[in-house]
Ligand binder design. Structure first.
Ligand SMILES: C[S@@+](CC[C@H](N)C(=O)[O-])C[C@H]1O[C@@H](n2cnc3c(N)ncnc32)[C@H](O)[C@@H]1O
Length: 301
């Protein structure tokens, strides 16, 4: 670590300029409470780029070659904290409520495609949790209502006619690479109980690797939630602990996009500290045993 004496001074006006640039790029908003974090990360980038003034760094960002550095800066500003089976009450509602409803509806309509998007997936624990819960829910459904005809052996993780897609996206390439690798240490596995470890992980040395059939359900990709080009036709969207870094205007814009990215009757799941209250009337809250979700409201013609 360099000493504070070597810190390059940023004026308030310079900070505001950077704040605006980051906000326009990715929607993250650094208010007075988080200005210190932004300042700290900026200092790091300036040192890393061996740039001796804010003026030169800003010029670099605005130049055609600066695109890569802007993405690096954004990566440095993201908070990537995550864990397997995060927010158990909400996952219980997802598993026992939303998935059961979805599977029953799909079975009745003859559409056996299920698509669940993890938006802001960080290092992958969220989409892998979704995949494990969904595989279990479908296996339980098929146990109760066995399909007629020949049973494939060994039984695939997802048996026909069901088809599962889990797009998982982030703005940070570093976390996406770790997510794609899908190997976790003991500390990261602390919230995974032994029955999930046994069924869905292989032990590789001291670490745990996600088994291939679970991995194959997930498609990791770069998506910036600030843009319009986002995965469509989802039955459920998980966007947990992402919106909290956006300001109210950006949250409203994002909710409009999520509404369009969901199939009719679809669900949006946000983080424990996040709420849609006062932001939109296009979703209605569903609540059970401390778990919450938001269901898309259908407007009658
Ligand atoms: C705190 S993590 C949450 C991870 C996971 N959803 C969970 O709740 O455990 C927030 C993630 O959102 C991503 N993120 C922030 N802004 C984004 C944007 N504009 N587009 C896409 N992802 C973004 C960050 O890179 C980070 O990995």
């Amino acid at each position: 670590m360099s000493s504070p004496a070597l810190a390059i001074q940023l004026s308030e006006a310079e900070m505001r300029l950077l704040q605006t640039l980051v906000y326009q790029e990715c929607g993250m908003y650094f208010d007075a409470r988080r200005a210190h974090f932004l300042q700290d990360r900026l200092q790091r980038r300036l040192r890393e780029c061996r740039v001796d003034s804010f003026y030169h760094y800003y010029r670099l960002l605005m130049s055609p070659e600066g695109r890569q550095e802007l993405m690096k800066l954004v990566e440095n500003l993201t908070v990537n904290e995550t864990s397997f089976f995060r927010n158990k009450a909400q996952l219980e509602l997802f598993h026992k409520g939303i998935l059961e409803e979805l599977i029953t509806q799909k079975q009745e309509s003859g559409n056996h495609q299920i698509r669940i998007w993890s938006a802001g997936c960080s290092t992958g624990q969220e989409p892998y949790t979704i995949a494990m819960l969904l595989a279990d829910a479908l296996a339980y459904h098929q146990l109760r209502m066995p399909a007629s005809g020949e049973i494939e052996w060994p039984r695939p993780l997802i048996s026909p006619p069901w088809r599962v897609e889990i797009p998982a996206s982030d703005i940070n390439y570093t976390v996406l690479r770790a997510a794609q690798e899908g190997i976790y240490n003991e500390h990261q596995m602390s919230s995974v109980d032994y029955s999930y470890r046994l069924r869905y992980f292989d032990k590789v040395g001291e670490r745990y690797a996600i088994k291939k059939p679970i991995k194959e359900l997930i498609h990791f990709d770069f998506h910036n939630l600030k843009t319009e080009f986002l995965p469509q036709k989802n039955d459920v969207i998980f966007c947990r602990n992402v919106m909290m870094y956006f300001d109210e205007a950006e949250q409203r814009r994002l909710l409009e996009k999520f509404y369009r990215c969901l199939s009719p009757g679809g669900y949006l799941l946000v983080g424990h500290a996040e709420s849609l209250l006062g932001l939109t009337d296009k979703f209605v809250m569903v609540y059970k045993n401390s778990g919450t979700a938001y269901k898309r409201v259908e407007v009658s013609q």
